[in-house]
Design a protein around this ligand. Structure first.
Ligand code: ARG
Length: 468
């Protein structure tokens, strides 16, 4: 039985039914569909559109459907076009004639707009929670590694020494921004479309503010045509999810490099690596590679929905049904990736000695050697040239600046004293960098304290009271 069979004289062609149907995927929000219907019915009674007995019968029926789906006794099959039709048809079976009043003052257009918002709102909060766990892990590691040195890179060439805490804190910043993006979206999307009807509202005296409050929205949406055809929040969400994936992917790329035979900065835990079917020696970073790879499909979802929406006249068009599968897929992908990434990170071993040795060779202290000259009155441009010559001398002798004899230093410039070695030691190079945001121990300690405070006080998206 179709919800809309009345004006039709022929059965729908089976292929048309299949092509049109969305129940195979929109069943994902059965819970939100029922939640929305219960709020709708509650409001209808308050407004005198339904009697108390009718409301009770409908709410009991809806709760029964929810219970039976969750305990497996009611299976969502493909006989109905979508989850809305499925719930309504089942309700009528359960409670009889009264069930037919459920859809009073409502269209599937505002209903699906509501369901999708409720669903994405729940998932957004969940993703925020996962990001918070990742930040907890990043801070734990950063606190362990405030004095673990490694080279900082530009152009993937060794540049200046930093600490692992500093490197991890760069990602901490990215994921904090990701969380704040999610919260911004939450605030902007949190208005209830229910009551917009098909596109032009309804003649029933609905109390849209009341329904909105029942469902935890900040209020009703203000234009009924926009309400049923707005998918901006999905686009914003997919954009934020794409950025999260981009951050994870960059981090994964570094882990893949660090885990390579040449670098050996880290070793992935056996539980987070895989082997080769032919080469017995292999231990591959597949999880990091997969996360990097899955970034493409999340970007794909964003481009897909942007393209779907670009030519749609107001108000609802069936094209919009295409928002679901890709959004669900992107959400599930991102949730899986954040969880796996956090697990991989927390079990990874950092090879301190290898990192430090790498930071020591590669002339990462050349800038500091130039600064030494500047501190002794040599103009920076001259100092740059002198140290350049000394680096060349090192390359010829196959040694580091720390190992170059003092007489070679003195031959290049008479201002060099034995304290040059201390001035360019890796520890000094890091220690002296204490401007805000730099890797110096003092600067880093302050930043880490602020992260601790952030994680202690921050609330999850959309919650005022729930403990983060
Ligand atoms: N499955 C539809 C969707 O996802 C529900 C809305 C149907 N509305 C309509 N006028 N056919 O968009």
């Amino acid at each position: 039985m179709k919800l809309w069979g009345g004006r039709f004289t022929k059965e729908t062609n089976q292929l048309v039914h299949n092509f049109n149907a969305s129940i195979s995927f929109d069943q994902k929000f059965y819970r939100q569909d029922i939640e929305g219907s219960i709020a709708h019915v509650t409001m209808l009674e308050k407004q005198g559109i339904l009697t108390g007995a009718e409301r009770e019968a409908l709410v009991d029926g809806l709760n029964g459907i929810l219970r039976d789906i969750e305990n497996g006794s009611l299976v969502i099959d493909g006989s109905q076009e979508d989850i809305h039709s499925f719930v309504e048809a089942n309700l009528i079976e359960r409670v009889g004639e009264t069930g037919k009043k459920l859809h009073t003052g409502r269209s599937r257009n505002d209903q699906v707009a509501l369901d999708m918002k409720l669903y994405t709102r729940d998932e957004l909060a969940e993703i925020d929670h996962l990001l918070k766990s990742l930040l907890d892990e990043l801070l734990r590691l950063a606190e362990l590694h405030t004095e673990t040195f490694l080279p900082g890179f530009t152009h993937l060439q060794k540049a200046q020494p930093v600490t692992l805490a500093h490197h991890l804190s760069a990602y901490f910043e990215m994921f904090v921004r990701d969380r704040s993006r999610l919260c911004d979206i939450y605030l902007r999307m949190n208005y209830c479309p229910l009551g917009a009807g098909a596109l032009a509202g309804t003649t029933y005296p609905l109390d849209r503010g009341y329904t909105a409050a029942l469902l935890g929205f900040d209020g009703p949406t203000r234009n009924s045509m926009d309400s049923v055809s707005d998918r901006d929040y999905i686009i914003e969400l997919l954009s934020a999810l794409s950025t999260i994936m981009m951050h994870l992917s960059r981090f994964c790329e570094e882990i893949i490099i660090w885990n390579s035979n040449e670098y050996r900065f880290v070793e992935l835990d056996d539980a987070y690596s895989t082997g080769s079917s032919i080469m017995p020696q292999k231990k591959n970073p597949d999880i990091a590679e997969l996360i990097r790879g899955k970034t493409g499909r999340v970007y794909g979802a964003l481009v897909s929905i942007l393209t779907t929406m670009k030519g749609l006249p107001l108000a609802y068009n069936k094209d919009m049904q295409e928002d679901k599968e890709l959004t669900f897929d992107a959400i599930d992908t991102v949730k899986g990736c954040i969880s796996l990434f956090t697990g991989m990170l927390s079990t990874m071993k950092f090879n301190r000695e290898v990192m430090e040795a790498s930071a020591k060779n590669g002339f990462t202290n050349a800038t500091d050697a130039a600064d030494y000259l500047v501190n002794h009155g040599v103009p920076f441009r001259d100092a740059h040239g002198i140290i350049g010559q000394l680096v060349l001398a090192c390359i010829e002798r196959d040694c580091s600046l720390d190992e170059l004899p003092l007489d070679v230093y003195r031959a290049a410039s008479p201002v060099f004293e034995p304290d040059i070695y201390d001035a360019i030691s890796m520890r000094t190079c890091v220690e002296k960098r204490n401007t805000v945001g730099a890797p110096g121990f003092q600067a880093m300690a302050e930043v880490l304290a602020s992260y601790r405070e952030y994680l202690r006080t921050t609330k999850l998206c959309g919650t005022d009271d729930r403990e983060a």
